[in-house]
Design a protein around this ligand. Structure first.
Ligand code: SF4
Ligand code: SF4
Length: 632
């Protein structure tokens, strides 16, 4: 909420105000049925008992405290409403849809607040005149010369008192009708509000509370759920119709406030792809609302029943990099990545429809266990000259270094693997590799919706790990890291996975790895989405840079850490064609604001994407992209 401070405070005040004023709304309806019900006016919160002692009425005191709180929040909510109106009508932030509905809701809230003050003020100004000194407190204040009938009653209601005092003193006879008018304005506004609420985006006032409460706060990483392919009752896999989403995902749809914070940081939208996360949620919600009458009455679904190519276009779900920037920004904890993958699963597994370039990648993963079709027998070739042990289950090393497809086959990726190996060897780490027994983790297949293929690849690796007795694993690819750490436990292996940036940072700290020459070149940090946002590892690469570069030469751009922009490779996107502006080009533009000599990364896919972008911008000779191990 508070990442955008003014908007965050405005919403928070209105929200907290609503919580406090719910009780007041209830009281208003009580007053309607029983006008005699007068809140704290009927409470003598201090009295003198028969023997002359002072008696405190606890309920009465709580009531009075509540009245003060109520007035404080009425004041704050009025300020928040005025700011919200100013923001909508004058500032007009790009991320907001400036609908009339928003203005009507704000005016209703404003009216509810103001009518409360008028009601109190009118009532105070005619009902208390001449009542006399009714409580010991009245008497004390009278003794010190602070007595005025309006002010005295204002002990319960400061805002009402102020209003009573500014009313013309001349005609008290109109005040009962003013009180009545304020009363009816107040209750009618509440009733209109309650009718509009469930039919508009303002339903989030109700749904955001359970949605946030039931949000997944313990889960780290972008963990997707496994499909039970043995379940013969299932005719489809993934999501093709809206009712196939889990109830929590449907609650998400009803919770969107349409604030557009997700849009601001979506790398796909910012590079002109046909994906706006906000619009994605709105379109799904509208589709759900359209299907709801049929679903509730168990009738045939309304036409068209399927989501894809109707409510949502195929290109929209393929544009997502699963970077999680939208989820990081969403103030009401709406999840996106899982929905995107659910829909991709529906397309791939049920409708057998996906971009044509994925056909080859899926086939290569299936037959060679890497997305580019290199023979599996060449997987260990990169390591031939490096004197690396092969994993021996009878004589295991402390760690298994899982190299990954990029590090094994891609020419640039192999250089990163070599640097990791050299750093580990220099620090005396006891490690070995699986060589040709290693296979793809399956992460790209999973993010691209081919859960069947992922299941196959993950099961095979899990079998190897179990059979070989592997426990501690070093990876330099954040996608392998995320998969092993959060997704492989479902395949019966619980690995202790460590990313090379974390291990190398520890080794430096423990003085096991010396970094002799500090560079004065300007280095800017680029966070990978799967180490950063999805796994909250931000410090390790920065700790390494502290020991390899002078502090003043290490730079951060505004979009770093939680707000770091994706390079465009995630979610299997490195296997897909990209239309329009390239995400990596936008990212390089952001990073170039720091005028770097080197861009420091901790992901081999980020290396590829950013290097390509630098070349395309003719910056390839002046700016280098280096993995953190290469910097060491
Ligand atoms: S995960 Fe990233 S690319 Fe996908 S919708 Fe969210 S912000 Fe956009
Ligand atoms: S999904 Fe979240 S961030 Fe995006 S518009 Fe809806 S409430 Fe705002």
């Amino acid at each position: 909420m508070f990442k955008d401070r003014p908007a965050g405070w405005m919403h928070a005040l209105i929200f907290w105000g609503f919580l406090v004023l719910l009780f007041r709304a209830f009281e208003f309806f009580l007053i309607g049925f029983w006008p005699i019900f007068e809140g704290p006016y009927s409470v003598n919160f201090m009295a003198i008992d028969i023997e002359g002692g002072l008696v405190l009425d606890v309920i009465g005191i709580i009531y009075v405290i509540y009245y003060y709180l109520k007035d404080a929040f009425i004041f704050l909510v009025i300020l928040a409403c005025l700011y919200a109106l100013y923001r909508r009508l004058v500032i007009k932030p790009k991320r907001l849809n400036l609908s009339g509905e928003g203005i009507i809701i704000l005016l209703l809230i404003f009216t509810i607040m103001v009518s409360d003050i008028v009601f109190e003020g009118a009532k105070l100004s005619f009902s208390n005149l001449g009542q006399g000194l009714t409580t010991p407190l009245h008497r004390i204040l009278w003794e010190i010369g602070f007595y005025h009938p309006d002010i005295m009653s204002g002990l319960w209601s400061p805002l009402g008192t102020v209003f009573a005092l500014i009313l013309p003193a001349s005609d008290y006879s109109t005040r009962p009708s003013l009180e009545q008018a304020a009363y009816w304005t107040h209750v009618i506004s509440i009733l209109i509000f309650s009718v509009i609420l469930p039919r508009s985006k303002h339903f989030h006032i109700i749904t955001s509370i359970p949605n946030v409460f039931l949000g997944n706060v313990t889960q780290m990483g972008n963990q997707l759920s496994r499909i039970d392919f043995e379940d013969e009752t299932k005719e489809t896999f993934g999501v093709t119709r809206v009712e196939e989403f889990s109830w929590k995902k449907l609650l998400d749809l009803h919770t969107c406030t349409e604030c557009g914070r997700c849009d601001v940081f979506c790398p796909a939208l910012n590079s002109d792809k046909p994906l706006s996360p906000k619009q994605f949620t709105i379109d799904l919600r509208d589709h759900l609302n359209f299907q709801t009458p049929a679903l509730l009455s168990n009738k045939e679904p309304n036409e068209p029943p399927v989501i894809m190519n109707n409510a949502i276009q195929d290109a929209t779900v393929w544009a997502c990099t699963t970077c999680g920037a939208c989820e990081e920004e969403c103030p009401v904890m709406i999840e996106y990545v899982n929905k995107m993958v659910d829909l991709r699963r529906g397309l791939v597994l049920t409708e057998d429809r996906y971009p044509k370039e994925l056909g080859d990648a899926f086939k290569s993963l299936e037959t060679h266990s890497n997305p580019w079709g290199f023979p599996g027998t060449q997987r260990e070739d990169w390591a031939k000259e490096l004197n690396i042990k092969q994993w021996d289950k009878n004589n295991p090393t402390e760690y298994l270094y899982f190299v990954g497809c990029n590090g094994s086959f891609d020419n640039r990726g192999k250089k990163v693997s070599e640097s990791v190996v050299r750093a580990l060897q220099k620090a005396g780490v006891d490690f070995s590799i699986l060589g040709n027994r290693e296979g793809c983790t399956g992460d790209p297949a999973r993010r691209l919706g081919n859960e069947y293929l992922f299941d196959m690849l993950a099961s095979k690796n899990a079998e190897t790990f179990k059979e070989q007795g592997v426990i501690k694993v070093i990876v330099h690819c954040p996608h392998c890291f995320n998969s092993f750490k959060h997704e492989y436990p479902e395949f019966g292996v619980k690995l202790e996975v460590i990313h090379h940036s974390e291990l190398l940072a520890n080794l430096i700290k423990e003085n096991k790895l010396a970094t002799e020459n500090k560079t004065d070149e300007t280095v800017v940090v680029h966070d990978s989405c799967y180490m950063g946002r999805h796994n909250k590892v931000y410090e390790a690469p920065r700790d390494i840079l502290k020991s390899t570069a002078s502090p003043e030469s290490v730079k951060e751009v505004e979009t770093s850490r939680e707000r770091g922009t994706c390079c465009g490779a995630g979610g299997g996107r490195f296997l897909l064609e990209e239309s329009g502006t390239r995400i990596s080009h936008n990212r390089v533009d952001e990073l170039m604001q720091a005028k770097p000599d080197t861009i420091a990364v901790s992901c081999p896919f980020c290396v590829l994407m950013l290097e390509d972008a630098l070349k395309a911008k003719n910056l390839g000779d002046t700016v280098k992209v280096k993995d953190i191990s290469e910097i060491i």
